[in-house]
Design a protein around this ligand. Structure first.
Ligand SMILES: C[S@@+](CC[C@H](N)C(=O)[O-])C[C@H]1O[C@@H](n2cnc3c(N)ncnc32)[C@H](O)[C@@H]1O
Length: 377
């Protein structure tokens, strides 16, 4: 999921974007800037005391009321998961390094986030226009639990859908027009060039060493005139009114992820650094339509729809705080499991206090591969 830290250079939607739509809770399309990486040491969280006031979940009157391979076959080695502090991760394959656990606890979080995404897009699971009389073949890149691909295949039973992921964490009972494949999408693709009508990619932030290379592979696999949709989250959790401070557990989340991504060579600052647009343009895509979204976390929004979104976003995070951070924060940043548990307790407390009017930015860009012979400006 969602999401990045440190000096979040303000990034506006591209001036050339023909359509910039903001969604729930989004007053401005910019990603708020934070001060340069102020990362508190892991030991900090064991020293922080809580006051009664912090525990208080009184409602702020200005806000809401109620609390609350492309051709690979599945071989045995693919099931040899790596284990980090009790959580499982995909097996060694190619250049893939996913920080997302592939166990049931984390799958649950990802499925809740799919619901959050759908609510934020007014019930739609894609922002691109799909003409199911023309679209024949669709690819979902880094499909995770497969929830998006399953919903898409159900929605369009006449379209052939493929979901590809490094980890075999997808169910077996799936729509007949869908199949899952296991592969490392950061390697050169083996899909037939110009074979897909629409490619969808969501939440690969922190897993991709070279976005330009990846988007060029997408471009090659698309038919001329076909559509690509990329949705990514910032790791930066912030607020417009100062209720999320850089030193808070919420404020530190994105900062630590940002630093970890830099060290890891797989950035978490995709939204802040406008990497999707840059990589799309470098690959040759045209007609970029940008949608900047803000996902509230918690039940603080006054608006009923945003409140519902915020409650689900909080649920997704609370479902597996440790799972989201354990890989990057232990193996890359050197935190101990105990330090993570203490941090997670602080984060949980902040989430429940309802004093933090927290949200994180997301960006969807829908782009088109030019038609054969099309003159591209
Ligand atoms: C945050 S999850 C998002 C899952 C899904 N796209 C969704 O929206 O629910 C990221 C997914 O990308 C997959 N992934 C990461 N690196 C990958 C790679 N190199 N090749 C294929 N899949 C990868 C992970 O296994 C994980 O399932």
């Amino acid at each position: 999921m969602s999401d990045s830290p440190a000096p979040a250079p303000a990034s506006s939607p591209p001036a050339t974007a023909p359509d910039t739509t903001q969604q729930p809770g989004s007053a401005s399309p910019t990603t708020p800037a934070g001060p340069p990486a102020q990362i508190l040491p892991a030991s900090h969280w064991a020293q922080v005391q809580h006051t009664e006031e912090e525990e208080d979940d009184d409602v702020d009157s200005a806000y809401g009321e109620d609390a609350a391979s492309s051709t690979a076959s599945l071989s045995a080695s693919i099931l040899e998961y790596r284990t980090v502090h009790g959580r499982t991760f995909h097996s060694e394959r190619g250049n893939a390094q996913s920080w997302n656990p592939n166990d049931a606890q984390h799958d649950e979080s990802m499925d809740i986030l799919h619901h959050v995404s759908t609510l934020m897009q007014d019930g739609k699971i894609h922002m691109a226009e799909i003409d199911d009389k023309k679209v024949q073949k669709v690819l979902d890149v880094g499909c995770g639990t497969g929830i998006w691909a399953i919903d898409f295949a159900d929605l369009y039973p006449n379209i052939e859908v493929i979901g590809v992921d490094i980890s075999p964490q997808q169910p077996q009972w799936i729509p007949p027009n869908l199949k899952f494949e296991i592969d490392d999408v950061t390697q050169e693709w083996t899909y037939e060039p110009e074979s897909f009508d629409y490619i969808h990619m969501r939440w690969l932030v922190g897993s991709i060493p070279d976005w330009e290379f990846l988007f060029k592979e997408v471009y090659k696999a698309l038919k001329p005139g076909a559509i690509f949709e990329t949705k990514e989250s910032s790791a930066l959790i912030t607020s417009d009114d100062g209720t999320v401070t850089p030193e808070s557990a919420l404020g530190q989340w994105g900062r630590v992820f940002g630093e970890a991504g830099s060290k890891f060579g797989r950035t978490f600052r995709v939204v802040e650094e406008d990497i999707q647009r840059k990589a799309l343009e470098a690959a040759g895509f045209v007609d970029l339509k940008t949608y900047d979204l803000r996902t509230p976390i918690g039940s603080w929004p006054a608006n009923a729809k945003e409140k519902e979104i915020g409650q689900y976003a909080q649920l997704a995070l609370e479902q597996d705080i440790e799972g989201f951070v354990v890989y990057m924060w232990t193996t890359v940043m050197g935190w101990s499991p105990d330090e993570i548990h203490v941090y997670a307790a602080h984060l949980r407390r902040e989430l429940r206090s309802r004093k933090s009017h927290a949200y994180y930015p997301q960006r969807v860009i829908v782009a088109r591969k030019p038609d054969v012979g099309e003159v591209v400006p």
